[in-house]
Design a protein around this ligand. Structure first.
Ligand SMILES: NC(=O)C1=CN([C@@H]2O[C@H](COP(=O)(O)OP(=O)(O)OC[C@H]3O[C@@H](n4cnc5c(N)ncnc54)[C@H](O)[C@@H]3O)[C@@H](O)[C@H]2O)C=CC1
Ligand SMILES: O=C([O-])CC(=O)C(=O)O
Length: 342
């Protein structure tokens, strides 16, 4: 009894130090998940229900949300869960949201690139962002829907047209690239995975995903150049590895839900004023000549507090950076053109 009391007290202290102070110390926070009944949406909704920083959880989809919401709502954690379905209920789902997470849209099948999803997902993202501009213009938007390299610029243009754009509040979620880079690096370098950090910069498709293993911590000097090349390629092809393993049944959902929950948690901590919250994300940027770029970002009370630079790159990474710019630039331009032309 005494030891379990001590354990729970020390857990409370640990949490409060890291941004999970008792719920009375945290402000009320509403999180909306758009696409909540999907492969990512369901486990992501579960993880957000478990997050003690969430007081209200709004689950929206075009179908299937009543069941998901009823199911998740039975979990005995504080967040109050409500399900919303169809266009008519989108406004209410969004009203008052602090963070909106968007995993709505179609996933890849084997043989497809993320860009092959553009035709369907661009329209979905545009419609959802139009509603965000109307119903919760101050929310932080976490864009998961692919192709992220284009859907984030689409969202920016929609918000600009609506007069609500704030570059500090729009994020392409690239956390899964970081999650993969950490896992693969730890396995190869033989270091504890929970201690690993690896920045991943650029974008979120193929060669635009550039892990900076030269900055990985804990540093390893047991890795050869070939090892680094193989780790880089595996990180860049991580999504395809899952798409092929699922053999037509979609793309990463569970690892993505985890990554989405990690990033949303960081956003909430930033909003709540927890200092030194840094995650990689695809944001409006001046780090390179490209208007959007993924790099480390410091999160704060208004969203992006500071877009951090790339640090020192190895020659291999410098080459990777130059190689990705062409593809990333045209994906960004494709998104902007779509938003303008429609
Ligand atoms: N950023 C990243 O790292 C990752 C992104 N993704 C992307 O996430 C997206 C979703 O993937 P999954 O969950 O596997 O797909 P899924 O097909 O299982 O789920 C998508 C959900 O979106 C819903 N939806 C469709 N149109 C909608 C609309 N207008 N409003 C609200 N909801 C709508 C569908 O009803 C469905 O429930 C895909 O575009 C996929 O490529 C997937 C993995 C990683
Ligand atoms: O590969 C895909 O289509 C889904 C995705 O973005 C990822 O798993 O990184």
């Amino acid at each position: 009894m005494r030891s379990s009391l001590l354990k729970s007290t020390s857990e409370l202290l640990r949490r409060s130090r890291r941004g999970y102070a008792s719920s009375s110390a945290n402000p009320e926070r509403k999180v909306a998940v758009l696409g909540a009944a999907g492969g990512i949406g369901q486990p992501l909704s579960l993880l957000m229900k478990l997050n003690p920083l969430v007081s209200s959880l709004s689950l929206y989809d075009i179908a299937g949300t009543p069941g998901v919401a009823a199911d998740v709502s039975h979990i005995n954690s504080p967040a109050l869960v409500k399900g919303f379905m169809g266009d008519d209920q989108l406004g209410e789902a969004l009203e008052g949201s602090d963070v909106v997470i968007i995993p709505a849209g179609v996933p890849r099948k084997p043989g497809m690139t993320r860009d092959d999803l553009f035709n369907i997902n661009a329209g979905i993202v545009k419609a959802l962002c139009t509603a965000i501009a109307k119903h919760c213009p101050n929310a932080l938007v976490n864009m998961i829907s692919n192709p992220v390299n284009s859907t984030v610029p689409i969202a920016a243009e929609v918000f600009k047209k609506a007069g609500t754009y704030d570059e500090k509040k729009l994020f392409g979620v690239t956390t899964l690239d970081v999650v993969r880079a950490k896992t693969f690096y730890a396995g190869k370098a033989g270091v504890p995975v929970t201690e690993v950090n690896v920045p991943v910069v650029g974008g979120h498709a193929g060669i635009t995903i550039l892990p900076l293993f030269s900055q990985a911590t804990p540093a390893s000097n047991s890795l050869s150049h070939q090892d680094i090349e193989a780790l880089t390629k595996r990180t860049q092809d991580g999504g395809t590895e899952v798409v092929e393993a699922k053999a037509g049944k979609g793309s990463a959902t569970l690892s993505m839900a985890y990554a989405g929950a990690v990033f949303a948690d960081a956003c909430l901590k930033g909003l709540n004023g927890v200092p030194d919250i840094v995650e990689c994300s695809f944001v409006q940027s001046t780090v390179t000549e490209l208007p959007f770029f993924a790099s480390k970002v410091r999160l704060g009370k208004n969203g992006v507090e500071e877009v951090l630079g790339l640090g020192e790159l190895s020659d291999f990474e410098k080459k990777g950076l130059e190689n990705l710019k062409g593809e990333l630039k045209s994906s960004i331009e494709k998104g902007v053109k779509f938003a303008y032309g429609n």
